[in-house]
Design a binder for this molecule. Sequence first.
Ligand code: ATP
Ligand code: MG
Length: 617
Amino acid sequence: MNYSSAFIPTLREVPADAVIASHRLMFRAGLLRKLANGLFTYLPLGLRAFRKVERIIREEMDAVGALEIKPTVVVPGELWKESGRWDSMGDSMLRVKNRLDNDFVVSPTAEEAFTATVRDELSSYRQLPLKLYQINTKFRDEIRPRYGVMRGREFIMKDAYSWHTDDKSLDETYQAMGRAYRRIFKRCGLSVIPVKADSGTMGGSGSEEFMVESEIGDNTLILCKKCGYAANVEKASCKDDFTPQPSVEAAKAAAANTPSIEKIDTPNVKTIEELCAFLKTAPQSFIKTLIYRAVNVELDLSSAPGCANLEQKKPSPDAPAVYPQVFFAVAIRGDLDVNEVKLASVLKASEVSLAADTDVTRLTNAPVGFAGPVGLASLPLIVDHTVTGMNDAVTGALAKDLHYKHAAYGRDFEGWAIAGLTSVDIRTVKAGDTCSQCGGELYTKMGNELGHIFKLGYKYTRAMNVTYLDENGKTQMPTMGCYGIGVDRTLASVIEEHHDEAGIIWPASVAPYHVIIVPIKYDGAVKEAADNLTGELTKAGIEVLLDDRNERPGVKFNDADLTGIPWRVVIGDKGLSQSPAQVEIKRRSEKDNRTIDLDRAASELADKISEELESYL
Ligand code: ATP
Ligand code: MG
């Protein structure tokens, strides 16, 4: 391809809103332009790199036996009503109506579309396992699109879905997908950190996210210095830093020597910091009690305090009944934070959030800041494990300006047991906590999610009534997995990991071209040599960009660095006049260049490039 006709509008200026390297460089190197907030056009050079990422993903999906299909991006709203997600998806889902006033969804993800397709075709266990995927447009009306294509409104996702007769088969595919993901990111030249992730209310044991370290990442990763434990903070657990009590009775016995609980005046003291200063104690000796509102709770609450008259509803005809709204009190040690994802999972809720002040006042009969577990009868109390180790604590006394001291778990209060468990793990793990696997010290990094694999279980097959006949002719429901990768975000992350001040440094596997040939002046013998070399390289399967522009060499060199083509060949009269004729080759990732015989250049470059491509396999 000749540069002069390749439509590569490079820029000196950096777009004002571009704060990260990939965003800046995708604009500056002429890969991308903006149509509107979160909506972009890939220009030819950008699209070439994008297609390379797609191709790698496609090859690896095909290698694990997934089959590519292509549903439409616009799908009937009916399917989303069947799955129950028409109501739960919120405003990020773009809903449209056609001229007949029918509802449609512009796919933010495609569990419904795939499940509906499979439902119509699946009849026998012999068709399972079935693995399908697409590489297709998604639309999410993100509140804050940012960082260029890292978080756009429209983007391309590779999403795969699988259906199985049993958990063992699901696990095999899940593991194979995990291995395929590791290969995909390695082939793109990316260092990913696979982390354990939350599997939400669906239960099931498996969910893994593929993260890249990133200052702008919105995920906190909890990592162990010693054993390699890696988890999203949403899922992470740590070793107890307190003496766990095996039962409520044991905790009560442990409080035998604690003085009786006692009310104390704490005038104008609201926050934990103020209370610690007032009582001269540490936050660790305080029991923090927070009131949460949980939405669509699937727990059985018939025995729970304050829940006798709560109404239940079914999100879809075949789904289990849920409580649309339930308030819970949550007690945790004062120095810790509640992990809302863990809490939602314990409560089998689709969402949890702190209750509004008015609800707190109504439910605790006290102003905000004075909730406590002792004597709280109006709502179920969920106790974090850490509280079970507290037998002489300070806590709110459910009245203005009053706290208790000498409060003891087991003696003065206990939690509402969820499925027989009197306490649960809902603490947020933080740097410095102890690894539960090896005792090492945990630390944190910020990460950006590139991909996610997930055991879904029966959520969609149940809601959308997907069945097959087993070998005994009995009707069964398949279990399901889903596996997503953001193609745009992966491409942007490659640039984040591979660039310098001068521009992009593409790994050969995703480079828009492998070689850029820069004739000092595209004329006479130089032109002839450049054209011949282009021909030879192209014949060898190497993708060449020939800078035929009538520009100063400095401009061409700057653009070659900016666009990041892995190999640069400079051809000038001086080199050609030597015997044998010489050209200069330089790897974009290295500082120094080297002079080689012109007639050896093509084979040398072809070897180097295939060497690099193979190194990723
Ligand atoms: P995030 O937490 O970043 O919003 P998500 O967990 O909602 O992502 P998934 O539903 O798991 O995303 O989608 C699979 C993949 O799609 C993500 O891992 C990510 O690579 C990509 N993706 C999701 N949202 C966007 C977006 N707005 N722009 C670009 N890529 C996205
Ligand atoms: Mg995700």
